[in-house]
Design a protein around this ligand. Structure first.
Ligand code: HXC
Length: 261
C-alpha cells in the first residue's frame, strides 16, 4: 500500500502524504511514493497540484528520526540526496504546486513545503527546522531555501536556535502566503488551484520556469530567459484564444478555452 495518495478532480491533483500514525514523517518508502505520485500525474489533464498531509495534526513532522538514527556519514549523505532529488523534482515540476500546510511542518516537512510554489497554512500549523537539536543540519534543502525565501538573518536565527514558529509568524516573515482556519484550508487551497487551473496552461508553466530559473540568474540573463519564455507563448492556441476573446468586442466576451498546445 502506498504512503501517498493522489486524487484528481476538475484538473486539480490533490497529493496526500498518508502516514498519520507517524505524523507523516518521511522515510525512504514515503519519499519513493511521493516521487511516484508526482510522476503519475497526467500533465495534459492536470493544471495544478495541491500537496497536503493526512490527519488534522501534521503536514509532515520531518524526516523519520528512527530511520536516520543509525545512519553512517555516507548513508546520511545518501539520504540527503534522496530527499533533495525528490524535492528538486517537485520544485521544477512543470505544474504549480500549492502546499496546504495542515499542522506540523518541521525539518523535512518545512523543507518539502518550501519546495512548493505557494504555501497556505492552517492556523494550527507549526514551522521550524529543529535539526540542530538532533545533532544534524537541515538536509533536504532547508539551509538553502529558507534563506532564499525569508532572509539569511531570519533563516539563521530559526536554524541555529531550532526555533519553531506558528502560522502567524510564518506569515509575518513571508514563509507562507496566507493563513486559514484549519477547517477552511483545503477549500482555500482548492479555490486557488481552481483559479490557476482556469488560466492558459502553457503561460502558467512558462511563468513558473521564468520565476524559478530567473531567480538564480543575473538580471540581464534573467530578462533574456523571460523574453524566450514570453515569445514561446505566441502562435499557441492559448495566446490566440486568450487575446482573441479579449478583442472580439462585437460579441459578448467569451471565456477563453485553453488547451495544452
Ligand atoms: C519519526 C515521528 C516524527 C519524526 C513524529 N513522529 N515525528 N517519527 N520521525 N520526525 C511520531 C512519534 O514518534 C509518535 O510515534 C507519533 O509520530 C506522534 O508523535 P508525538 O510525538 O507523540 O506527538 P506530539 O506529542 O503531538 O508531538 C508532535 C511533535 C513531535 C512536536 C511534532 O512528534 C516531534 O517533535 N517530532 C519530531 C520533529 C522533528 O524533530 N522533525 C525534524 C526531524 S529531522 P509513536 O509510535 O510514539 O506514537 C529532519 C531532517 C531532514 O527532518 C533532512 C534529512 C536529510
Amino acid at each position: 500500500m502506498s504512503f501517498v495518495t493522489c486524487e484528481v478532480q476538475d484538473r486539480v491533483a490533490v497529493v496526500t502524504i498518508n502516514r498519520p500514525e507517524a505524523l507523516n514523517a518521511l522515510n525512504p518508502d514515503v519519499l519513493a511514493d511521493l516521487k511516484a505520485a508526482f510522476e503519475g500525474i497526467d500533465q495534459d489533464e492536470v493544471r495544478c497540484v495541491v500537496l497536503t498531509g493526512a490527519g488534522e495534526k501534521s503536514f509532515v513532522a520531518g524526516a523519520d528520526i528512527g530511520s536516520m538514527s543509525t545512519m553512517t556519514k555516507a548513508e546520511g549523505q545518501e539520504f540527503g540526496k534522496l530527499g533533495n532529488d525528490i524535492f528538486l523534482f517537485i520544485e521544477t515540476f512543470p505544474l504549480p504546486v500549492i502546499a496546504a500546510v495542515n499542522g506540523f511542518a518541521l525539518g523535512g516537512g518545512n523543507e518539502l513545503a518550501m519546495s512548493c510554489d505557494i504555501r497556505l497554512a492552517a492556523e494550527n500549523a507549526v514551522f521550524g527546522q529543529p535539526e540542530v537539536g538532533l545533532g544534524i543540519t537541515p538536509g533536504f534543502g532547508g539551509t538553502q531555501r529558507l534563506a532564499r525565501l525569508v532572509s539569511p538573518g531570519m533563516a539563521k536565527q530559526l536554524v541555529y536556535a531550532a526555533t519553531n514558529i506558528d502560522a502567524a509568524e510564518a506569515l509575518r516573515i513571508g514563509l507562507v502566503n496566507a493563513v486559514h482556519p484549519a477547517d477552511e484550508l483545503m477549500a482555500a487551497a482548492l479555490k486557488l488551484a481552481g483559479r490557476i487551473a482556469k488560466q492558459a496552461p502553457i503561460a502558467v508553466r512558462n511563468c513558473k520556469r521564468a520565476i524559478n530559473e530567473g531567480l538564480d540568474l543575473p538580471i540581464e540573463q534573467a530578462v533574456e530567459l523571460e523574453e524566450r519564455l514570453f515569445g514561446d507563448c505566441f502562435e499557441t492556441h492559448d495566446q490566440q484564444e486568450g487575446m482573441g476573446c479579449f478583442l472580439s468586442k462585437d460579441k459578448p466576451k467569451p471565456k477563453p478555452q485553453f488547451t495544452n498546445n
